[in-house]
Design a protein. Structure first.
Length: 375
């Protein structure tokens, strides 16, 4: 009997890089979706967005006064009131009958013929002069708007604030969660056990992929809620033309967050204590804060928005706003997206280099320069 054949055991296949990335990413996603904090936060976020886009625009319908004012008129004055919104003409036989209806409070006011009035009619009230009705009957000059398609300044601010705050909140929240996860694994030395089976770059890549997928999913749900509000409240929610900018925002956010997530993981690998992560991650935090404040401050400055769109970490908020405002050519937006992709690839390579050199280092916090040099 050949004992060599019995003793020879098949070699365990080594996990490939992308298989390892998938395993780590799946674990990150599983931990998130089973977390009560994540479920509650996501629920509150969607509830807030849905309330803002579905209920707030309808508050006027719920609490407003939809009743029209009844106005007594004669056959001669009927035409003047019929053209007004918010007033219901009640046709009576004579001027005296119209005045009697006002005294009896059967109507709110009356409009009767009056040859002495420049308008040809007189407005009659019971105890107060119906100035609102008088103003409605006044002849107004014709109005002309030279740029009727220009976005309302308040709406432009609202849209820029929305893009900025969603980018800021989601990027900061998930970025900090990545940092906490990296430090916890480093402190407990779990990462050392993981690195016996998979390379450090695969661990970092898995964290980035998993958290990016979750962040992108939340942003997509927010965008979906806004689109739903546009469909339901299209008559009172002036968000025409926001569909394409939302698509740009979700796509660019997905790419941009990969850059932010990778740099957060690298920053956390530099330190061994939670207390030190704030200082180490400050450059990354600034990359999130600058677009948030800049897009709000410069939402009415086309030149500033154009410059921001070509700055990779500002592009996820600047490009969608430019698309919504009708600024720039299509090739400019594509170029901004291409620059963001290139910058993200470079940032991921840089972050992986730092993570690999720093993740097993304990004790004194490293500086970015020391990690790059391997010192």
């Amino acid at each position: 009997m050949n004992t060599d054949a019995l003793n020879r055991t098949p070699a365990r296949p080594r996990t490939s890089f992308w298989q390892a990335v998938g395993i780590v990413a799946a674990r990150e996603i599983r931990v998130k979706v089973t977390s009560k904090a994540f479920v509650v936060t996501t629920g509150l976020l969607l509830a807030g967005v849905l309330a803002a886009v579905l209920l707030l625009p309808r508050l006027g319908d719920l609490f407003g006064d939809d009743e029209t004012s009844r106005v007594a008129v004669t056959a001669q004055s009927r035409e003047a009131v019929e053209a007004l919104d918010g007033y219901t003409p009640v046709v009576l036989d004579s001027v005296a009958a119209a005045r009697d209806a006002v005294r009896a409070e059967d109507v709110d006011s009356a409009v009767v013929p009056d040859e002495a009035s420049p308008a040809g009619v007189a407005v009659v009230g019971l105890t107060d002069a119906p100035t609102g009705l008088a103003e409605a009957l006044s002849t107004a000059p014709s109005l002309e708007v030279l740029d009727p398609d220009a976005p309302d300044p308040a709406l432009r601010y609202f849209i820029s604030f929305g893009f900025g705050v969603v980018f800021f909140m989601v990027a900061i929240t998930y970025g900090q969660q990545i940092a906490v996860s990296v430090i916890e694994e480093k402190q407990s030395r779990i990462v050392e056990i993981l690195m016996t089976a998979v390379p450090a770059r695969a661990i970092m890549a898995g964290k980035v992929v998993g958290n990016s997928a979750m962040a992108l999913g939340q942003v997509a749900m927010v965008a979906g809620a806004v689109l739903l509000g546009m469909q339901v409240n299209g008559d009172v929610l002036p968000l025409d033309g926001l569909g394409l900018p939302l698509v740009w925002f979700v796509g660019l956010f997905g790419v941009g967050f990969v850059m932010i997530a990778a740099l957060y993981a690298a920053a956390a690998s530099l330190v061994s204590r939670q207390e030190d992560v704030g200082q180490a991650s400050m450059p990354v935090v600034l990359m999130v804060m600058i677009p948030y404040f800049a897009v709000i401050a410069f939402n009415d400055d086309p030149d500033a928005l154009r410059i921001m769109s070509f700055v990779p970490f500002c592009a996820p908020v600047a490009v969608p706003l430019r698309v919504f405002l009708g600024q720039g050519q299509a090739w400019e937006h594509v170029l901004s997206a291409a620059l963001l992709v290139v910058a993200t690839a470079a940032a991921v390579w840089f972050a992986a280099h730092v993570y690999e050199r720093s993740i097993l280092r304990t004790g004194k916090a490293l500086r970015w320069r020391e990690a790059v040099r391997g010192g």
